[in-house]
Design a protein around this ligand. Structure first.
Ligand code: NAD
Ligand code: DAU
Length: 350
């Protein structure tokens, strides 16, 4: 094997697409997927590649530093792509300590182990998968660039911003060859139905209310998850240590417009009368501190590394809907058990 790469959080939504891409495109790399398998981690996401000879799964917690050190000794990693995180803003509002532990301390553990193994060896790579939410809310007309000041507003984004600062500190203090990318909202197959798009798809299928926060005026930029994975691949292989890249779809939607578009698409796919799904839209109490708008400028990634998205939003959303309709068992498995309690706590009486 020419390289040994640790991917954390590879059983989650984005991580599963990153692992699949690396395993398939680089048969001479050993890809080690480390995941704790929280409620968001699901090995079903990787069934198609689990028997490939260059793939290894390790069930582990990034909070267990001694185990992380042991894995660095055993697998002699040349690179780390760190995705493992608590990722849902709503959960961070009620459970901030878990976000602080996983997202900040967990990141620090990976930095400690990387520095102990590599020092400042520029042939190695530590790559932090961050989020556009660290920039806070974008003002009218403006977009986040890589030099926009960090201004996180939720416990989730505060934990991710703190992790970014640690990554920068390790680059600055110890010369650790580190990279950071900050992406906008992803959508696509394997997305856990606590997030807007898969939650709406699930509720439309099951004829449940579609809970739109506030007036639905908040704006998000959406990117198909496989295009995020291709950007991660390009940045990991081509970016210079110390660099930061924004990743986005140049595809801003008001939540209510997106939900209505999805309703029309689902009516067609499910052969229901036009307007059936839209009648399920229910405006509910807003998320506290809800960032109004995320808007990302990914010019640097496009001009430096030649990356561009492979699908339009319309194509990506149709692929996504088709995937959920073809994978009813996946959806049913992840929405049984603890999901119902979460859903009731989050949405009933709201
Ligand atoms: P996800 O919640 O779907 O998956 C997170 C994965 O991390 C899960 O498999 C989970 O089991 C694992 N994990 C959690 N805690 C762990 C621990 N202590 N030790 C080991 N594994 C642990 O998340 P996602 O949406 O795929 O996001 C992945 C990364 O990308 C996160 O760092 C997130 O902040 C970032 N990101 C997400 C988006 C998005 O739209 N989803 C956009 C930009 C950046
Ligand atoms: O911007 C990148 C971020 O995108 C990632 O860092 C996060 O990990 C990811 O979860 C996502 O955060 P958001 O908070 O933007 O995603 P979410 O799907 O939770 O919400 C999208 C928008 O939809 C947001 O404005 C809140 C709104 N919403 C969400 C849910 C779950 C609703 O109106 N109703 C809902 O039921």
């Amino acid at each position: 094997m020419s390289q040994s790469i640790l991917v954390t959080g590879g059983a989650g939504f984005i991580g599963s697409h990153v692992v699949r891409r690396l395993v398939n495109r680089y048969p001479d790399y050993r890809i080690v997927n480390l995941d704790k398998l929280t409620y968001a981690g699901n090995l079903e996401n990787l069934r198609d590649i689990e028997n490939k000879p260059n793939y290894t799964f390790v069930k582990a917690d990034i909070l267990d530093l001694e185990n992380i050190r042991a894995l660095f000794r055993d697998f002699k990693f040349d690179g780390v792509i760190h995705l493992a995180a608590e990722s849902h803003v709503d959960r961070s509002l009620t459970n901030p300590t878990e976000f602080s532990a996983t997202n900040i301390t967990g990141t620090l553990h990976l930095l400690i182990a990387s520095k102990e193994s590599w020092g400042s060896d520029k042939r190695k790579r530590y790559y932090q998968i961050s989020t556009d939410e660290v920039y806070g809310s974008a003002h009218d007309g403006s977009k986040f660039t890589e030099t926009t000041p960090i201004d996180p507003k939720s416990p989730y984004s505060a934990s991710k911003a703190s992790a970014d600062h640690f990554v920068h500190a390790y680059f600055n203090s110890f010369g650790l060859p580190a990279l950071i990318s900050r992406c906008s909202n992803n959508y696509g197959p394997n997305h856990f139905p606590e997030k807007l798009i898969p939650l709406m798809i699930h509720n439309i299928i099951t004829h449940k209310p579609l809970p739109v926060y506030g007036k639905g005026e908040n704006v998000r930029d959406w990117l198909f998850v496989e295009d995020h994975a291709s950007a991660i691949d390009a940045i990991f292989h081509k970016a210079t240590p110390g660099s930061v890249y924004n990743i986005g779809g140049n595809n801003e939607w008001k939540n209510i417009d997106l939900v209505k578009y999805l309703c029309r698409l689902m009516d067609q796919k499910l052969q229901r009368a036009d307007g059936t799904s839209e009648k399920l839209i229910t405006y509910v109490t807003d998320r506290p501190g809800h960032d109004l708008r995320y808007a990302i400028d990914s010019t640097k990634l496009q001009s430096d590394l030649g990356w561009k998205p492979s699908v339009t939003f319309e194509q990506g959303l149709e692929k996504t809907v088709d995937w959920y309709l073809a994978n009813a068992a996946w959806l049913s498995n992840v929405t049984s058990g603890a999901y119902q309690a979460y859903y009731n706590k989050m949405y009933s009486g709201r």
